[in-house]
Design a protein around this ligand. Structure first.
Ligand SMILES: [Zn+2]
Length: 191
């Protein structure tokens, strides 16, 4: 496991391959996985060249300092990119989809940053059967967030960019186990 990062202001650069293969598979139920990982990419259009920022956040599970990975990102982003008028293209790759509280906070965040587009690829749907969680996803969708289940392309992209792969080639192994179920479920929720 990678070292504990006490401050939400500091994303990790990458995660190790074991963590990736344990935390990221498309599974219908994955109750042993209490952590949520958020790999992100920020692209900006600024005077004809593109600059981008990358990193990984993880939720904090300490009972006195709970902070979801999404909240860490929002906190970090506001600090890092104070300019609200610039164009930003943000992509998240999440191991679990956002909870209703985080969904709410993302919607507020998008109201602050009018020129920001957010795409979320999630590996699994957190409490997909629960109406409040479904509602949270619909709120994100209605606010213009692009939502999708992580497929082979996204896994490979994450492997290349967010994993200490040491030049090992990407292997899909069990990553796509319940992809079809989750993709259909998400479609149903957003319908
Ligand atoms: Zn949350």
């Amino acid at each position: 496991m990678e070292p504990w990062r006490p401050s939400p202001r500091n994303p990790m650069h990458r995660i190790d391959p074991k963590t990736f293969h344990f935390q990221f598979p498309n599974l219908r139920y994955a109750s042993g996985r209490r952590l949520c990982y958020l790999c992100f990419q920020v692209e900006r259009d600024y005077f004809y060249y593109n600059d981008s920022d990358w990193g990984v956040f993880r939720n904090k599970v300490h009972p006195r300092a709970r902070c979801h990975a999404e909240q860490s990102f929002l906190f970090w982003f506001r600090d890092q990119y104070p300019c609200r008028d610039e164009y930003y293209n943000v992509t998240w790759f999440l191991s679990w989809s956002p909870c209703p509280t985080c969904a709410e906070e993302v919607v507020e965040f998008l109201e602050e940053y009018r020129n920001l587009t957010l795409s979320i690829f999630t590996s699994r749907l957190y409490y997909f059967w629960h109406p409040n969680y479904q509602q949270g996803l619909r709120k994100l969708w209605d606010a213009g967030v692009q939502l999708d289940i992580m497929s082979c392309d996204e896994f490979e992209y994450c492997w290349d960019n967010f994993v200490y792969h040491k030049r090992k080639r990407f292997q899909r192994w069990n990553l796509l186990k319940d992809y079809d179920f989750l993709a259909a479920e998400l479609q149903e929720i957003l319908r």
